[in-house]
Design a protein around this ligand. Sequence first.
Ligand code: THG
Length: 387
Amino acid sequence: MAFGIVIGPRVRKSPFFEATVAAGVSHFSIYNHMYMPVSYGDPAAEYERLVAGVALWDVAAERQVEVQGPDAGALARYLTPRNLESCRLGQGKYVPICDHDGILINDPVLLKLDEDRYWFSIADSDLLLWVKAIAAERGFEVAVREPDASPLAVQGPKAEEVVASLLGDWVRELKYFWFRETELDGIPLLVARSGWSKQGGFELYLLDATRGGELWTRVEAAGRPFGIGPGGPNYVERVESALLSYGADNEPDCDPFEMGLGRFVDLERPDAFVGKQRLIERKAAGPRRRLVGVFIDGPPLASNQYPWPATVEGRHAGTIRVVAHSARLGRNIGLALLLSAHAEPGTRVAIHGEAGRLDGTVTRLPFEPSEGASVAPLTMPGAAAAG
Ligand code: THG
């Protein structure tokens, strides 16, 4: 393609921007009004580092929405249908956020920093505006703001070695989604065991935006013996792992049940939360659509012209949101948002991509390697070279 994108002040730069340019970034996406690196020009190597080594990602675009004050906990509970009773200080939780109609409007990670201070580490929608409005309209006594916090992800099976060599062996004890504040030679950080892949790893939230270059350099140096290299949220791995990409996988009117997030919605909670009544009705009615997997026949596929329409027996059945060629599964896979009647595993769908018709088979998520191809299980990363 012969076009580019203008870099200007309206879209924000991450504190790691210069470091990523120096590291050879080739492609940015735009996420939360910020440039987010997604590739350094060698997708196969970037995938391989993630599943068999260790990768360094600038995910500062995962912006934080801070709520602080006597009503912070009450506001956090009011904002999500998830039950937060078990959320301890130092713990993170994946929390769908819905509007009053029960529609999914973001799917952040919530971090409980203190009894009166929480962060929502947000996906790509303007949650800050929403939280400010709900807090003010409901009279919650809180301050809502965007703190100076910019995650840098270290992902992959060797991430623990890298982060332990950088920060100490205590990081090995951090449980999934838990975090701790620390510093690295005076660079203030929050370290969490989390990240948008199923390969394991950490997110180092930089708490001083003036020190992005320094932190990047330190992590790269600590990672060098382990073969660290730059990357970004990896679209092939995330399709294989079926990690939800808000805005890509959903339509603007999808609810959490349709998106497979029903397990994070607690309708038995006695207290009020945004969208509760409509979520109760939606649950009772059953999902109109469902996010499912599809195995797509034919040679390796890629596209940048989503979504693709899908039909069953000539009739509209929904859309294919994203496709990828999975070397580990030895086949093309995709995520599809299909009308429930056509979302049963085994359903054959016709897919209408820009290069013509393709055929696929619906499968449940996460993808099961046993259904079809004879390949290594997904829990053994690196078993197959990335194509
Ligand atoms: N890390 C941080 N902030 C984020 C993301 C992140 N903000 C944006 C985006 N990612 C939020 N969306 C997700 C989606 C999925 C997961 C995390 C954030 C995730 N899901 C696991 C799963 O679905 O299997 C586990 C969920 C659970 O069981 O609690 O990890 O990545 N800081």
